[in-house]
Design a protein around this ligand. Structure first.
Ligand code: ADP
Ligand code: MG
Length: 696
């Protein structure tokens, strides 16, 4: 049944010269019987057995098992040979310590695809025969050496192989247990070929049928055999129904590798939560910018000027000087934009205005203008009326100011006085240098009509006046001295209107108003277009604020993405390292599985099932955890920065694709998991079974 034809195995003695551990051995074993190979330590006994098992590669010769040349087997056939044709019993048992006795015994059957139930029944019979049924549910680490060796023998018998190889099976046992083991092997040898290696001549001799003596790699009793040329192969009929078994093993492994799996769970959950929150931020922030940065009454207010370039004498420097545009130029610029109106810039008159609340000075607050009530988005009014009649609107920052300074909770219906008393000069005559001085007196009570819910980032306390109302007031407000001088009514409106283009009181500019807030997008396009014109400058506070905020968010996004990449790299490193260290811990177990004929794919599936389980738990818990964290973080950001709902995790729809984010996350994590799971398997390919399983 087993023929060794002229086999040799060389090893390196030092780093240079080689020697033969097995030297030209020729021998033919019969179908059954107890063979005893003895010899001094180092004579090559173990090497010989490992060659027969295919754990070591032959250098010369041929080993035929049932006329099949085992040195020519492909990996599938080798697995079959190890699983179905022989069993190896080691001095140090090589059972999987974390598994129960019975689970160890059925491994070989499971690798071959036999169902758990069937192999359990078979195993029970063998356990009875070997008298170890009472320990079958104990973990192997709880068993004594003699019991472990009996479990190993039971494992070697469960799938009815034709040949048992035993390398010093009693080497670690006391006399009583040694005798039990040898008697078992003797019993087995009545039906199978049993090859036992030992240096304990006296113990084994009484039970052997054939004795072989090995010395320096050479067999004393050589037969002459002829190398055969046939190409016989195994008929492999491995069953495929094995998934359930590997799932079971994976769950056991899961429990045995608690610390590794908890580490894996924490790091992958952390990574996933960060990923979810960052995508929530990217999603929520653009939404936020769209909704919030235009939330102010004067978003449509801008100033427009002409830029004059002035060359300084004898210098390469140029100065830019701003000037008011002529009306014809202005009309030309805005002629295609029906939603824009130009007006004089009256802000110089009100530059030093005082705001009073019940005759008391309000210590901060600025004036801003809206064209008229119908030009603004009235949905921004959170309290109060929808009309500007003789009234003003304040933003929420101003309301807060009033509350702080005057302890006013509800400012609606209360009055604010705008008070100005300031001297301005009027050039009476282009020929004379003499100016007419006139005092601008403005003192008007306005009722607070409402509060504007304004985007609070960088927002200052503001009062919104209707520009059209204000102009009516200015037209009725006369420059007294000038009127006297000219002998006709001359209003403060006329004063600003008639100022030279480069007079500072003209603010060197005109106001441009958006006269209908529904054209907000077109207004932005307009500003961008004008800004591209060479010598026109347009300034819009709302627009600047929006761009600034946008830039901050963009910078933040880049920072977060970089942070996230680092988190991913860190997590892959952690998972990779833990996988590798797990492999190092499991190296011996993997070697045992491989020695029993498990394929790399089967080994891989055990690891994959284990990690898939951890991944699913991580995915579910990170989705839950992120959903809880999301409102919490939003609440904190809102508290400290007054920014609402900036993180919105797009579970349902991302970039307009339904369920894109969860699908992406599942795919990415599956990829990372497969990649890192593959690491231990990759290293398992190179496991030297003999080195791992043989105790020196
Ligand atoms: P035995 O089992 O009879 O004690 P072995 O078969 O284990 O002897 O070893 C035979 C000889 O081969 C010994 O001299 C041993 O040191 C040597 N040997 C075994 N394995 C290796 C190896 N992987 N590399 C180099 N030398 C080895
Ligand atoms: Mg040995």
């Amino acid at each position: 049944m087993l023929k060794l034809i002229d086999i040799s195995k060389k090893y390196l003695r030092n780093s240079k010269d080689t020697f033969y551990a097995v030297n030209k051995i020729n021998y033919e074993f019969k179908e059954k019987g107890m063979y005893f190979i003895y010899g001094k330590s180092g004579s090559g006994k173990s090497t010989l057995l490992n060659l027969i098992a295919g754990y070591e590669k032959l250098d010369e010769g041929q080993i035929l098992f049932e006329d099949i040349d085992i040195s020519k087997l492909k990996s599938k056939e080798i697995n079959y040979y190890r699983n179905q044709c022989f069993s190896m019993i080691f001095q140090n048992y090589n059972v999987i310590e974390e598994l129960s006795a019975i689970d160890n015994i059925v491994v070989k059957e499971s690798i071959n695809g036999i169902s758990y139930k069937t192999s359990y029944e078979k195993a029970n019979d063998i356990l009875d025969k070997l008298n170890i049924n009472h320990i079958k549910n104990k973990k192997c680490y709880e068993l004594s050496g003699g019991e472990k060796q009996r479990v190993a023998i039971a494992r070697s018998l469960v799938n009815d192989v034709k040949m048992i190889l035993a390398d010093e099976p009693t080497g670690a046992l006391d006399e009583e247990n040694s005798l039990i083991v040898i008697q078992m092997l003797k019993e087995i040898s009545k039906e199978k070929l049993v090859i036992v290696i030992s240096h304990n001549y006296d113990l084994i001799m009484p039970y052997t049928d054939y004795v072989l003596h090995l010395e320096d790699g050479k067999l004393k009793e050589n037969h002459n055999l002829i190398i055969s040329q046939n190409n016989k192969k195994f008929k492999i009929s491995r069953k495929t129904n094995k998934e359930k078994f590997f799932l079971k093993y994976a769950i056991k492994k899961l429990k045995n590798n608690k610390i590794k799996n908890i580490l894996l769970f924490i790091s992958s959950s952390f990574c996933l939560v960060v990923l979810l929150l960052i995508s929530g931020f990217i999603n929520g922030s653009s939404d936020f910018i769209l909704k919030n940065t235009t939330k102010r009454f004067d978003y449509g207010l801008s100033t427009i000027s002409k830029v004059e370039e002035i060359q300084i004498d004898n210098s390469f420097l140029k100065l830019n000087r701003l000037e008011k545009l002529d009306e014809s130029e202005l009309k030309n610029i805005i002629k295609d934009y029906h939603f824009i109106d130009y007006e004089i810039n009256c802000s110089k008159l009100f530059e030093n205005s005082r705001l009073l609340f019940n005759d008391e000075l309000i210590n901060s607050g600025t004036l801003s203008y809206v064209y008229n009530f119908s030009s603004v988005d009235s949905s921004l009014i959170i309290e109060g009326e929808n009309s500007f009649d003789e009234g003003i609107y304040i933003n929420n920052a101003f309301k807060e100011k009033l509350k702080q300074q005057f302890n006013i909770d509800n400012p609606l219906g209360q009055y604010i006085t705008i008070n100005v008393k300031e001297e301005f000069n009027f050039k009476a005559d282009t020929t004379s240098d003499e100016d007419i001085k006139d005092i601008f007196v403005f003192d008007k009570k306005y009722m607070i009509k409402g509060v504007v819910d304004e985007f609070s980032f960088l927002s200052v306390p503001k009062i919104y006046l209707s520009y059209q109302d204000l102009m009516a007031s200015l037209q009725n407000n006369l420059c007294i001295n000038v009127s006297n001088f000219l002998n006709q009514d001359y209003s403060w409106y006329d004063y600003i209107y008639n100022l030279d283009n480069n007079d500072k009181n003209s603010s060197y500019s005109h106001f441009l108003f958006l006269n209908n807030y529904l054209y907000l997008d077109e207004f932005e396009n307009f500003i961008n277009n004008i800004n591209n014109l060479e010598n026109i400058e347009i300034t819009c506070d709302g627009f600047i604020l929006k761009n600034t905020f946008n830039d901050i968010i963009e910078a933040l996004k880049i920072g977060l993405v970089i942070f996230f990449v680092l988190v991913i790299i860190g997590t892959i490193l952690i998972i990779g390292l833990s996988s590798y260290s797990n492999f190092a811990f499991q190296k011996r177990n993997n070697a045992i599985y491989l020695s029993l004929g498990m394929s790399n794919e089967q080994l891989f599936s055990i690891y994959i099932y284990e990690n898939v389980f951890v991944l699913i738990v991580s995915l579910i818990s990170s989705f839950i955890f992120a959903s809880i964290l999301n409102p919490l973080i939003n609440w904190m950001i809102n508290r400290f920065f007054n920014i609402e709902n900036i993180i919105q995790i797009p579970f349902l729809s991302f970039l307009n694709v339904p369920f894109l984010l969860p699908i992406l996350i599942i795919l990415i994590s599956l990829f990372v998991m497969f990649f890192t799971t593959y690491i231990p398997i990759y290293f398992s390919r190179n496991i030297n079974i003999r080195k791992e399983l043989q105790e020196e």
